[in-house]
Design a protein around this ligand. Structure first.
Ligand code: PLP
Length: 462
């Protein structure tokens, strides 16, 4: 019997790389990548060849084939509008949406009615921060967040600041966690929302959610009472884009009132996410999008059924397999760290050692992260910095931990996921070790360090 294979699943593989893919043929620029893409599309190059190893799981993850299988019928067969109330096509897709909503809710111990589907965590963060701030603005005008949030939280806060809201950006400790005493001091009677992410996307640090939730219910509520009866406590928002399906999340246990989620970080499709919005006590917000009143009136627009179904299936799988995935990712992260740190000198592990292991951030001192990335064209990594082609700013997250510019520039983020293999990790380690050695041989700074010169004592001219 012929073995059936899914043509849409093309995992990266160290073994295949070693056999089939001379690294000299890897695309080195976006232009070369685009040319290769067209050659694959016209059939002149086989699919899956010349593809580097993917170690960037915080950026996005592949769709799990089981998720894609669940989605397919909703593109071609069950294509009804889930908001059509007058016929079977609408009823069947509505049922599928309800099931997906239950899977997402169940992953975080919420009620299905508290899940509002959005296009992703960026939209959820915008909707929650701007929506709550504006709804309660007659009594409260203060927001607290941290310096290490994702850009979409920081930019939403900046927009609110420009509109007259006051925002406190809490610094973090050297392991990346917030200082709870400092948070307590910054709380005011007028604080409407405290937004602190669950898992950081650059360093994997996990914030003490339960302690924060508790503080807002007690001290935060006391302060709000000063404004009069019925004034709600500061709402606790967490951006859980990197935490969902990776670590246990329980909105009730952690006292979370609102939460942002994304599907494409947990092996679901891109373009879909959700906001958790607590019903009791009720959290109110001004909707960003007006229209047909779908999603409790908070997010109008026809739901993308296939994407919703995919997100639901990804959540269902993540709940069932969380322990397995976590053990797999932990073992690979340990293998990577042990291998690299035992063979290379002057490597620093950034963030909290107890953080999420699938996000491992290492500083290779005395090497430019960008040169390292360029020399590692057969591995897809992120420098962990908010580099754009126009500006080579070092990562604000690493700077907030106290790293100087040089060390922040010398850092790489290793994003390990469900489909990463031991072979891939070993391949990556060998490549890193040889490239770091080569680049350091070329580095005058490294030579000076080897000679025992203290670089911080040097007065550089010019
Ligand atoms: C912590 C965090 N928040 C928000 C986002 C944005 O998510 P989305 O791509 O679903 O808009 C990301 C993704 O990069 C993230 O890592």
């Amino acid at each position: 019997m012929m073995k059936s294979t899914r043509s849409y699943v093309v995992p990266s593989s160290a073994q295949r790389m070693a056999k089939e893919l001379p690294t000299s043929t890897m695309p080195e620029t976006p232009q070369e990548s685009e040319a290769l893409f067209h050659r694959v599309m016209d059939g002149s190059v086989p699919r899956g060849s010349q593809r580097p190893i993917y170690l960037d799981a915080q950026s996005t993850t592949p769709v799990d084939p089981r998720v894609l299988d669940a989605m397919m019928p909703f593109y071609v067969d069950q294509y009804g509008n889930p908001h059509s109330r007058t016929h079977a096509y609408g009823w069947e897709t509505e049922a599928a949406v309800n099931t997906a909503r239950e899977h997402v809710a169940s992953l975080v111990n919420a009620d299905a009615k508290e899940i509002i589907f959005t296009s992703g965590a960026t939209e959820s963060n915008n909707m929650i921060l701007k929506g709550i701030a504006n709804f309660y603005k007659s009594k409260k005008n203060h927001i607290i967040t941290t310096q290490t949030e994702h850009k979409c939280v920081l930019d939403s806060c900046r927009t609110l600041q420009e509109q007259g809201f006051e925002v406190t950006y809490l610094p973090v400790q050297s392991n990346g966690q917030v200082d709870l005493e400092m948070l307590k001091k910054e709380l005011r009677p007028t604080t409407s929302i405290v937004s602190i992410m669950a898992v950081n996307n650059e360093i994997g640090v996990i914030q003490p959610l339960k302690e924060i939730g508790e503080m807002l219910k007690t001290h935060g509520a006391e302060l709000s009472k000063q404004l009069g009866k019925g004034v709600p406590k500061p709402f606790f928002h967490t951006d859980a884009a990197q935490a969902l399906g990776k670590i246990p999340l329980d909105v009730n246990e952690a006292g979370i009132d609102v939460m942002s989620m994304s599907s494409h970080k947990l092996y679901g499709p891109k373009g879909i996410g959700a906001a958790y919005v607590r019903r009791r006590p009720r959290v109110r917000m001004e909707p960003l999008i007006s229209g047909g009143g779908q999603e409790r009136g908070l997010r109008s627009g026809t739901l993308a059924t296939p994407l919703v179904v995919g997100f639901g299936e990804a959540a269902r799988i993540a709940k069932n397999e969380m322990a397995y995935d976590h053990a797999h990712v932990s073992a690979l992260a340990k293998r990577l760290k042990d291998n690299i740190m035992s063979r290379v000198d002057k490597v620093i592990l950034n963030g909290d050692p107890e953080g999420y292991p699938g996000c491992t951030n290492l500083t290779f001192q005395y090497i430019e992260g960008e040169s390292l990335l360029m020399a590692l064209k057969d591995i897809c990594l992120s420098s962990g910095s908010a580099c754009t082609s126009a500006s080579l700013e070092p990562s604000y997250v690493l700077r907030a931990l106290g790293l100087d510019d040089a060390n922040a520039h010398s850092s790489l983020r290793f994003g390990i996921g469900r489909f990463t293999t031991e072979q891939e990790i070993d391949f990556v380690c060998d490549r890193i070790v040889s490239v770091v050695e080569r680049l350091r041989e070329l580095s005058p700074l490294w030579e000076m360090v080897q000679e025992g010169i203290d670089l911080s004592s040097i007065q550089w001219s010019g």
